[in-house]
Design a binder for this molecule. Structure first.
Ligand code: GLY
Length: 302
């Protein structure tokens, strides 16, 4: 394939379509992915990313994001950043430095302010009302409530592969908590000579198992992208007795995709050979089963 992109959850459909249009125009992988991720960050109805993201226990919306360029293995990332429009744009810019590629909290905000990144209060009235109505019953929330990272993987016409992820993280997380999304090898990984992977799910479990590096490494050892995804998830579930929700997307250096999940997981894929479409991945009898969705309005999961 000349170009291809895959992204997590139904909420990424329009963004992935945009990314594919840009890739088709011959635009670079990084800028094409960032346009797509930003569309998700800017949409207030998605409560797990950017504007409208659900707050932490203290009622603050703090965001995580990561970007990796597969040609150079350079990465940039931010964790627990508050008050800025686009964590993915800030993360991407951090890739250009030799050191200080992952910044968190006040340090990340100082950097973003100095570099002139656009500010925004990401707490919407809807998210605040949900927080107010649930803040006294945290123990009844499951770890996965309101918790869907947007991940984009792409390949451009020159063969460059990149990964981009953005999230508001676990709903009602402790203030200061960061998940897998800013951590290369956990939330995302890209190597243009092999392929890329990204994860959505409970970050602590993804970090424990270095899920995306593990997956890309399996491709390096010769496994197909789907087999690498399946084996990675199986190993994680075997090793973590109490493994919670994890979904993995992957793209090989030729633009083929693989997906493995232990929950119901919609994702989007398209390429120069295959029109952008929504797919549903389900965990059935210990295996990921993937079906193309003909009517996207039928899928209610974001
Ligand atoms: N996977 C996102 C998080 O755990 O924050």
């Amino acid at each position: 394939m000349k170009w291809a992109a895959i992204s997590t959850w139904k909420m990424s459909f329009d963004g992935c379509k945009k990314t594919l249009e840009l890739l088709a125009e011959g635009r670079k992988c990084d800028e094409s992915l960032i346009e797509g991720v930003c569309m998700v960050e800017d949409e207030p109805s998605y409560t797990s990313v950017g504007y409208g993201g659900l707050p932490d226990k203290d009622g603050r919306v703090t965001l995580d994001g990561g970007f990796m360029d597969g040609d150079t293995l350079r990465f940039g990332a931010v964790g627990c950043i508050e008050g800025f429009r686009s964590p993915i744009r800030i993360a991407h810019s951090l890739m250009n430095y030799e050191f200080n590629n992952l910044l968190v909290g006040a340090g990340a905000e100082k950097y973003a302010e100095e570099k002139g990144f656009e500010k925004r209060d990401n707490l919407t009235e809807k998210s605040y009302q949900k927080y107010l109505s649930e803040k006294d019953k945290i123990e009844t929330l499951t770890s996965y409530d309101g918790h869907d990272t947007v991940c984009f993987l792409g390949k451009d016409v020159s063969g460059t592969i990149c990964a981009a992820v953005s999230t508001s993280g676990l709903y009602m997380k402790a203030h200061g908590r960061i998940g897998d999304s800013p951590i290369p090898g956990a939330g995302y990984y890209a190597d243009s000579e092999i392929g890329s992977a990204a994860s959505t799910g409970v970050g602590e479990d993804v970090i424990k198992t270095n899920a995306t590096f593990r997956l890309v490494n399996k491709m390096a050892q010769g496994l197909s992208v789907q087999k690498a995804a399946d084996e990675t998830l199986n190993e994680i579930m075997k090793r973590l007795a109490d493994c919670r929700s994890i979904s993995l997307i992957a793209l090989d250096k030729d633009g083929n995709y693989g997906v493995a999940t232990n929950c119901d997981f919609p994702f989007v894929y398209g390429s120069d050979e295959c029109e952008v479409s929504l797919y549903m991945a389900r965990f059935v009898n210990g295996k990921t089963v993937i079906k193309k969705v003909d009517d996207i309005s039928e899928v209610t999961l974001d």
